[in-house]
Design a protein around this ligand. Structure first.
Ligand code: NAP
Length: 260
């Protein structure tokens, strides 16, 4: 059975105007899903939608929305109420490099609202809807940063740890309800992330490779870690003392930090 037959007609992707979310939109369009694309930049969403409609003959609804706003999860859920959404890709998020005590509290608030609050409420609403319908799929985009403390992006790593724990717990709670959940935990990926987070550009995986890995894991694995070396890293830290893991991570992330 194809993905669309298994889950339902529409896939909703948050953060679809760039990076990993855009890659999800492109891959899901190829698989024949109709799409609901959400992000703040309407013109970017329109361009992507136009191209995918032309290439794949699918229906696409664009919803420009700032997901840090209060009630945005409720509003988005209301807007898509009529549609047979079968797959949620809860992907919108951003990072923020720097020393915790020097960072701007307003960006902390936005990060908590986007990466935690709206992320949680959307997951709750769609999981409930999918359970009632008896089918559905959810991809939660976390990070390899979720597996250990991340000095140099302390709050970001904490939000990603939250997302991973939430996803794993929910997957266990709803086992047997025919709703698949995969938490995607990529390492560095070539997107707009570095620019937005104020980091130094560096190498990484392509967004397409990362999104494709998650789609291949959906229904088979609770956690998707693209790349063999990243899989090893994700597991290795269990065998080392936490202080050592934190020290190593601080050194690794140091390369991505802008000079102070
Ligand atoms: N790139 C990496 O190295 C990496 C590694 C691990 C995990 N991740 C995770 O992957 C996810 C996607 O990040 P990315 O790398 O693809 O970054 P990206 O290229 O910066 O894309 C982020 C997406 O989120 C949207 N977004 C940001 N703030 C938003 C808001 N307030 N309301 C609605 N949409 C918003 C952006 O669209 P607008 O600006 O148009 O709103 C954009 O579509 C994030 O959750 C990130 O934590 C990334």
């Amino acid at each position: 059975m194809g993905f669309k037959e298994k889950y339902g007609r529409y896939a909703l992707v948050t953060g679809a105007s760039a990076g990993i979310g855009e890659a999800f939109a492109r891959l899901l369009a190829k698989r024949g899903f109709d799409l609901i694309l959400v992000a703040r930049r309407e013109e970017k969403l329109d361009l992507i939608a136009e191209e995918l409609r032309r290439k794949h003959g699918i229906e696409i609804m664009v919803i420009p929305m700032d997901l840090t706003l209060e009630d945005s999860a409720d509003e988005l859920f209301r807007k898509v109420g009529e549609f047979d959404v079968g797959l949620l890709v809860n992907n919108a998020g951003f990072g923020y490099y720097g020393k915790f005590v020097k960072q701007a509290p307003e960006r902390f608030s936005d990060m908590i609202k986007l990466n935690i609050l709206t992320f949680t409420l959307l997951t709750r609403k769609f999981a409930d809807r999918f359970i009632k319908k008896g089918r559905g799929g959810i991809i939660l985009v976390s990070s390899l940063a979720a597996f250990q403390p991340t000095p140099g992006m302390a709050l970001y790593g904490a939000t990603k740890g939250f997302e991973l724990l939430l996803g794993e717990a929910l997957a266990e709670e709803i086992k047997g309800k025919n709703v698949d959940i995969t938490v995607l935990c990529p390492s560095a990926t070539l997107t707009e992330f570095q620019r937005v987070a104020g980091g130094v550009p560096h190498d990484g995986m392509t967004a397409e490779f990362v999104a494709d890995n998650a789609l291949n894991c959906l229904g088979r694995k609770r956690i998707a870690i693209p790349g063999l070396w990243n899989k090893i890293l994700g597991k290795a830290n269990r065998f080392l003392p936490r202080n050592v893991v934190t020290w190593i991570t601080a050194r690794a992330l140091g390369h991505y930090l802008p000079d102070e």
